[in-house]
Design a protein around this ligand. Structure first.
Ligand code: DAV
Length: 388
C-alpha cells in the first residue's frame, strides 16, 4: 500500500525519477572540468591514491589542473554531453566555478576540487535527490556548483534530501600511523559518504565502508532512505576502497559487471538473488597514463543508456567486445583525459530521470539474503568498526 502510494507520487513528480543504473535515460547531469583544482596530498587524499602520485600532487596541489589535461578533458565531457543530446536525452551541466579559490570555515582553510564528477555528490533515489556529505575537505563547497540545478529540481517537485554537511575537523581523519579505524582514513566522528558509493538496483541499494564512507554515514543513509528502499552493505577484497562504481556495475536486470581484482564477499547472496555476475576484462589503459585519483578500472565505470545500449571508452577494446557479446550496442567515446581527473562515464554523470516501464515490477530484483551485512552495521558488530 505504502509502496503503491509512493509510486503514484513519483509519477506525479516526474522531473526527478531514477531507480536503477539501466532504465532508459531521459535526463542527466554531465560534469564540467572548468575551474578544476589539483588537490594537495592531505592524509585523506593520500589514503585514496597511489603513493607514486604524491610527488605530482605536492608539486601541483592547490593550482589549476595543467591545461594539457584540463582542455582535452573538457572536450571529452562536452563530447559526451553532445552525444547524449543527439540521443534525445536532456543534458544539464553544473556551474563553472573557480575551485582554486582559498576558502575557510571555522574549522579549516583550503581550496576545492571540481564539479567534474556529479556522481560523487548527487544520487537520485526514486523521486528523491540526495546530496551527499562527502569526506574530503576539498569538497566542502562543491554543492555550490549544483545549487541552481538542485533548486530547480526541488521547485519542480523533487524531494530534496541533503545530508548534514560534515564539519570536517581534524578528528574526522586518522593521522598517518594512528591506530583505531582499521584500514580507513576516515573515523566515525560524524557521518560521511560519497554518492558514488551507492549502486542502485530498484528498491535495493548497495554500498560499502570505504576511505570516504564511514559506518556513521551508512547508518545515516539507512535512517533517511525514502520509503520502500533498502540499503545493503557489501564488502570486497579491496585494500583501498573508494567509490563502488568501478567495483560493481549493474548493466540490466539480472546482469552485473564485477571487478575480478576485487572479489565480492557476498557474491553468493547476489547470485542467489538471481543475478549473473560477469567479470570485467582487464583495463586497456597504458601503465604510464597519468591517473592521479583512481585506478585504471574506470574501464568498467560505464553509463548505461538503456538495457540495450551503453557508453564505453573507445580504446577499451576488450570491454567493448564483452559488452557486444552480452548483447549491447556500444557507444564508443574518448574519455581518457577525464580518467586523469579521477573518473569514468558513470562518475562524470548523474542520471536525473530514467523512464520506468509501468509493467516493470521493481520488487522482482529484491536481494532477500543481503540483509546480513546490514544487521552487522546496526548492531555495531562489524570487524572493521573502529574502536574510537
Ligand atoms: O576504483 O579506482 C574509481 C571511481 C572514482 N569515482 C577506482 C575508483
Amino acid at each position: 500500500m505504502a509502496e503503491k502510494m509512493m509510486e503514484e507520487s513519483d509519477n506525479r513528480r516526474g522531473v526527478v525519477g531514477s531507480f536503477d543504473e539501466w532504465s532508459p535515460l531521459e535526463e542527466v547531469i554531465v560534469g564540467t572540468a572548468l575551474g578544476a583544482c589539483v588537490p594537495e596530498p592531505d592524509p585523506w587524499v593520500r589514503a585514496c591514491v597511489s603513493s607514486r602520485n604524491v610527488p605530482w600532487l605536492e608539486r601541483f596541489g592547490g593550482t589549476p589542473f595543467p591545461r594539457d589535461i584540463l582542455e582535452p578533458a573538457q572536450h571529452e565531457l562536452d563530447g559526451l554531453a553532445e552525444t547524449l543530446r543527439a540521443l534525445g536525452i536532456a543534458v544539464r551541466r553544473p556551474e563553472p566555478l573557480d575551485h582554486c579559490q582559498l576558502r575557510s570555515t571555522p574549522h579549516f582553510e583550503g581550496r576545492g576540487l571540481y564539479a567534474a564528477m556529479p556522481r560523487d555528490i548527487l544520487s537520485v533515489l526514486g523521486g528523491t535527490l540526495l546530496e551527499a556529505p562527502m569526506a574530503w575537505r576539498q569538497r566542502h563547497f562543491e554543492h555550490e556548483a549544483y545549487r541552481p540545478l538542485v533548486e530547480r529540481y526541488a521547485a519542480a517537485g523533487a524531494t530534496r534530501l541533503r545530508a548534514p554537511q560534515p564539519l570536517r575537523r581534524d578528528d574526522l581523519y586518522r593521522s598517518p600511523g594512528e591506530e583505531g579505524s582499521g584500514p580507513f582514513v576516515t573515523t566515525e566522528r560524524e557521518p560521511c559518504f560519497d554518492a558514488a558509493e551507492i549502486i542502485r538496483c530498484g528498491r535495493d541499494l548497495f554500498t560499502q565502508r570505504s576511505q570516504v564512507t564511514n559506518l556513521a554515514g551508512i547508518r545515516w543513509l539507512r535512517d533517511h532512505l525514502p520509503a520502500g528502499f533498502r540499503l545493503h552493505r557489501l564488502s570486497f577484497d579491496d585494500p583501498n576502497p573508494m567509490h563502488m562504481d568501478s567495483t560493481l556495475m549493474p548493466l540490466r536486470p539480472g546482469l552485473m559487471l564485477v571487478n575480478p581484482s576485487r572479489p565480492c564477499h557476498q557474491r553468493d547472496l547476489l547470485e542467489q538473488a538471481g543475478w549473473r555476475l560477469v567479470e570485467a576484462p582487464p583495463p586497456a589503459l597504458p601503465t604510464d597514463w597519468p591517473l592521479f585519483l583512481s585506478s585504471p578500472w574506470l574501464s568498467m565505470n560505464l553509463l548505461v543508456i538503456d538495457p540495450r545500449r551503453v557508453v564505453v571508452e573507445r580504446e577499451e577494446r576488450a570491454t567493448i567486445r564483452q559488452l557486444r557479446a552480452l548483447g549491447f550496442e556500444t557507444i564508443e567515446l574518448p574519455f581518457r583525459h577525464v580518467y586523469t581527473l579521477g573518473g569514468g562515464f558513470h562518475c562524470a554523470t548523474c542520471d536525473v530521470r530514467r523512464r520506468r516501464d509501468p509493467a516493470d515490477d521493481i520488487a522482482r530484483y529484491r536481494f532477500p539474503g543481503c540483509g546480513e551485512a546490514d544487521d552487522a552495521v546496526r548492531a555495531g558488530r562489524s570487524a572493521d568498526r573502529p574502536s574510537a
